[in-house]
Design a protein around this ligand. Structure first.
Ligand code: NAD
Length: 379
């Protein structure tokens, strides 16, 4: 964020959220790509790793955000530097590679570093971003072990910077409506939740997602964290136990990582849940059943618009906006205005505890693994 005077900053802060939105809106008029003007009150975000998610989701979303903008990039591919600089009007001094990344600490225009690299690289870059004094968004899954999640959380705490995980659905209106129904017990007590997140992978067998050293695991680390997330916000509780099974039908393709996993959760109120994830079949659904009704999202976790219906015949309908824009604006508001961090680091760590318990259960032939998560990560 460009430096603004303390007086102007205080005035802006005292305007409150509604006024703030209006004031940033009015000064963020945009003539065309790369000529964005009026970023004075916005946080500058640097994307680390310019793969598909950055190129097709995060960067375009940053043209729609009201409280943050694309201020820098970190890439290992020199050809992307010029392309991105031209497309997004980036300054040369805000373009980094993986070697000189740490000098980002001297760049006042970058407030937030968003790590969008293969999973096993998240911890290193998130920790270095925190040490550079930048707020951090870490893509999902947060890391490849609970130990690494702890290290990221500690680094952010030591540096006194904010931390979030790229779980975009917490800012998404259909998902938020499910959370509201669960919380307000619109249909009574939850009794069962089913959460499926899976896609059919037929692409390059050399891709990093199928290489455990880079991905940390297969379907469970990729889509499985969405099932875990859905089961938790679809029930409003953390599981107290998990039992899991793994299935393999294409071992020649999935040589190094899990193909299909199913797991059963028990929740503190006695509800049960089933999650399913796979790299061999397409499913994208959340179903929560309560004493007096049910809610279903299908699709439940793609980029939207999602679709939802209730047992009383109601069909959910919300206006569509890029989920990633909503997500990055929510985190920016947390930093700028002190609103709730919808996806704190503890939530990413909690999910990794569950991932590790699922792998342990599979290793032990489906044994029930007890969990002691309390309210960890529930916002
Ligand atoms: P991708 O393969 O398209 O891009 C990966 C990027 O990392 C590329 O720019 C690549 O050059 C770079 N990279 C650096 N070192 C690498 C190495 N050793 N091997 C491979 N690539 C290397 O992947 P993606 O789909 O952009 O995913 C990146 C991260 O974003 C992952 O953690 C993924 O889980 C996450 N993601 C999240 C969502 C979401 O909806 N929240 C969606 C897609 C991806």
């Amino acid at each position: 964020m460009k430096k603004i005077s303390r007086r102007a900053f205080n005035t802006t802060m005292s305007l409150g959220m509604g006024m703030m939105v209006n004031s940033t809106k009015s000064c963020s008029s945009q003539s065309k790509l790369g000529e964005k003007v009026g970023n004075e009150n916005k946080l500058g975000i640097a994307l680390v790793g310019l793969g598909r998610y950055s190129e097709f989701q995060l960067a375009p979303s940053l043209l729609e955000t009201e409280h943050c903008y694309l201020a820098g990039i970190v890439t290992g591919t020199p050809e992307k530097e010029k392309l991105w600089a031209e497309k997004y009007g980036l300054k040369q001094e805000s373009i980094y590679n993986y070697e000189n990344f740490d000098s980002i600490k001297d760049n006042d225009e970058i407030d937030v570093v968003y790590v969008v690299l293969p999973n096993s690289m998240h911890a290193d870059f998130c920790i270095r971003a925190a040490q550079a004094g930048k707020h951090v968004i870490c893509e999902k899954p947060m890391a490849v072990s609970v130990e690494e999640c702890d290290a990221i959380i500690e680094a952010c705490k030591q540096a006194n910077v904010k931390l979030s995980v790229g779980y975009r659905l917490h800012s998404e209106p259909y998902t938020q409506e499910v959370m509201r129904i669960v919380k307000e017990k619109t249909f009574g007590e939850v009794r069962f939740v089913s959460a499926d997140a899976a896609y059919n992978s037929r692409g390059n067998p050399g891709q990093w997602r199928l290489d455990k050293a880079l991905s940390g695991g297969g379907a469970l680390m990729n889509m499985g964290v969405y099932s875990i997330q859905s089961a938790i916000y679809g029930s409003g509780q953390n599981p107290v136990s998990v039992s899991a099974q793994e299935f393999s039908t294409r071992p020649d393709y999935f040589k190094d990582t899990d193909e299909t996993i199913s797991a059963q959760f028990e929740f503190p109120n006695g509800a049960v849940g089933n999650i399913f994830t796979s790299h061999n079949v397409g499913i994208n659904r959340l179903f929560s059943s309560f004493d007096k009704g049910w809610v279903e999202l299908n699709p439940a976790n793609n980029y939207g618009p999602l679709k939802g219906r209730l047992s009383n015949g109601e069909v959910l309908e919300f206006p569509h906006k890029r989920q990633q824009a909503l997500q990055m604006d929510d985190f920016s508001k947390h930093i700028l205005q002190g609103t709730t961090n919808l996806v704190p680091g503890e939530m990413g760590k909690r999910d990794m505890i569950i991932v590790e318990a699922i792998y342990q259960s599979i290793k032990e032939g489906g044994k029930k693994i007890e969990l002691d998560l309390g309210m960890m990560g529930i916002v």
